[in-house]
Write a protein that binds this ligand. Structure first.
Ligand code: SF4
Ligand code: SF4
Ligand code: SF4
Length: 167
């Protein structure tokens, strides 16, 4: 009788310990919701080009990695310095110089205005509004806004955009 009681106590104790450790490892619903809200807020700070330049499969996974502290805040090339500043402010992180893996630093886009047909496709592609122009008019780059992300190159139907050294 005593032995059965002892075994029952051991089993109940082990069960209680395993339940406690499971709940310790799980985030509470409030913590999960807060985390999700923070990811959404960070995502809204990103340019939404889903280009993958940051090394993630889009802006949402990059926002998740930022919340997990798995990556630096300077990996979004299309967002440029402005996005870094906004991320630093939101996350309370240090401002870092823009990271340009596999891309030359200090390059910006240049439009050969004599060839441009004014199709506006580059304006749509540029995440930081660094291109000015109107339909059927020549387009130009605002040098100080261009982050050198190269996202405007592919959409141009007449190949009149190239990357050049920034002065
Ligand atoms: S580099 Fe920036 S814009 Fe491109 S997917 Fe990553 S976070 Fe989004
Ligand atoms: S490279 Fe093109 S798309 Fe990227 S910021 Fe400069 S003008 Fe915009
Ligand atoms: S995509 Fe090319 S052709 Fe079209 S407006 Fe831009 S620079 Fe001009």
């Amino acid at each position: 009788m005593m032995l059965s009681l002892f075994i029952a106590i051991i089993i109940i104790s082990l069960f209680a310990i395993s339940i406690a450790s499971l709940s310790a490892n799980e985030e509470s619903p409030i913590a999960l919701q807060t985390r999700q809200n923070d990811i959404e807020k960070i995502e809204r700070l990103l340019p939404q080009t889903q280009c993958g330049d940051c090394g993630f499969n889009g802006c949402h996974p990059y926002a998740e990695a930022l919340i997990e502290n798995n990556v630096e805040i300077n990996r979004c090339l299309p967002g440029g310095d402005e996005t870094i500043k906004e991320l630093a402010m939101f996350l309370g992180a240090e401002i870092l110089p823009l990271y340009k893996e596999n891309k030359a630093s200090n390059i910006i886009a240049f439009i050969d205005e004599a060839v441009c047909i004014g199709c506006v496709k580059c304006i749509t592609a540029c995440p930081v509004d660094a291109i000015i122009g109107a339909p059927k008019q020549m387009h130009s780059i605002i040098n100080q806004y261009c982050t050198g992300c190269e996202l405007c190159i592919a959409p141009c139907p007449v190949d009149c955009i190239s990357m050049v050294a920034a002065n």
